[in-house]
Ligand binder design. Structure first.
Ligand code: OSB
Ligand code: MG
Length: 377
């Protein structure tokens, strides 16, 4: 049964965009590169009733997807924000339609939509979790572990996260750092919930190698092949026993439906930025729940803004696998919200305050800002 979600319209006076650079507590290495600083765009929707906050989860360079910070900045400033400001009083559910004429740029759209959603729900005094249909007050917390210098170092790092209480481990893999890394973690920690993420680093020619992962009883293999390799993912899924989960390939509800119809995935990583917003993310959840397809909440090293939204999203009933919804401290020594997400018994709490349920630490916001613009009606 589709659930109808509706918030009241807000009057938009303008948007403020900021590029932030937040230092990471440790380097984060994936098959596509190493980050030591998280560059992200924070969006503030300005309304007569108060501000709403969102974030655009692009990275500095287009390595995970085609989107990147300065591209998102340009399209948001030049096209997306002006279109929203021209639209008149706007309900959050109408944002995607206003932005639909602009092709792609889903992360930029998602950040703007989230700021409008936060403003609208704050004005109503309603939490995002309640609006979205959260059914639990805390969510199990998984952690995404970057590629380390060698398998022994990986075992050390994973051991630290398990000691903190994380209930599921995801390790990043790439060609040459695949079987031995996975084997080392399995051997060191036994039967823990474990999955791997290749971030598109393999091809179908690697099917035999990827099938070797079957002996480790992984929860899933995340995005082994390229973003547009749906048919190859379906072929791979027939050659490995481990479930294939798609991340990069799932850019919309339609892409999710197509991937499922093709047999390209049996599990889906739901990431709001990648699909153009939290409302589209909820629609993917609804589709998968109806089809009995497990979903889990992915992450993009969000600040406290997106991290709060992710915790609420992950509290929807179809999120039956632990997500990459970690404590803020896993990435940041200082976050930009006054009460960053913490790990409590392997779980993260779903915020209950109005809107996203977090307050901005304005001093921290200023400290990390490297670029700022205001777009007024
Ligand atoms: O593939 O899930 C991914 C981070 C940046 C870009 C892509 C990915 C990731 C992560 C980290 O794995 C997830 C998180 O904890 O935010
Ligand atoms: Mg991924």
């Amino acid at each position: 049964m589709p659930i109808s979600r509706a918030a009241s319209a807000v009057t938009l006076d303008g948007f403020e965009l900021r590029v932030l650079q937040l230092p990471l507590v440790s380097p984060f290495t994936t098959s596509f590169g190493t980050e030591t600083v998280r560059e992200v765009i924070v969006v503030r929707a300005l309304t007569p009733a108060g501000d709403g906050w969102g974030e655009i989860v692009t990275q500095q360079a287009p390595l995970y997807s085609s989107e990147y910070t300065q591209g998102a900045w340009d399209v948001a400033e030049r096209c997306l924000a002006p279109a929203l400001l021209d639209a008149g009083p706007l309900a959050p559910e109408a944002v995607a339609g206003v932005l639909a004429p602009f092709v792609g740029h889903r992360m930029a759209k998602a950040g703007l939509e989230l700021a409008v959603l936060d403003a609208a729900l704050r004005a109503e005094g309603r939490s995002f979790g309640e609006y979205a249909g959260a059914t639990v007050d805390r969510v199990p917390s998984g952690v995404s572990v970057g590629i380390q210098s060698d398998p022994a170092a990986l075992v050390d790092t994973v051991g630290g996260y398990l000691a903190e209480g994380y209930v599921r481990i995801k390790i990043k893999i790439k060609p040459g750092r695949d079987i031995a890394d996975t084997e080392a973690v399995r051997a060191a920690f036994g039967d823990i919930p474990l999955q791997v993420d290749a971030n598109s680093a393999f091809t179908l020619a690697d099917a035999d190698l990827l099938a070797e992962l079957d002996r480790f009883d992984l929860l899933l293999i995340e995005q082994p092949l390229q973003e547009d390799d749906l048919v190859d993912h379906a072929a791979l899924a027939r050659r490995v026993r481990t479930p294939i989960c798609l991340d990069e390939s799932i850019t919309s509800r339609k892409a999710a439906a197509d991937a499922l119809a093709l047999g390209a995935a049996s599990i889906i990583n739901v990431k709001a930025g990648r699909v153009g917003g939290y409302l589209e993310a909820i629609a993917i959840h609804d589709l998968c729940r109806d089809a009995d397809i497990p979903v889990w909440c992915g992450g993009m090293l969000e600040t406290g803004i997106g991290r709060a939204a992710n915790a609420a999203l992950a509290a929807l009933p179809g999120f039956t696998l632990p997500g990459d919804v970690s404590a803020s401290a896993r990435f940041y020594a200082r976050d930009i919200v006054t009460e960053p997400a913490v790990l409590e018994g392997g779980h993260v709490r779903v915020p209950t305050g109005p809107g996203l349920g977090v307050e901005i630490d304005h001093a921290a916001l200023e400290e990390f800002t490297v670029q700022r613009v205001e777009i007024r009606r």
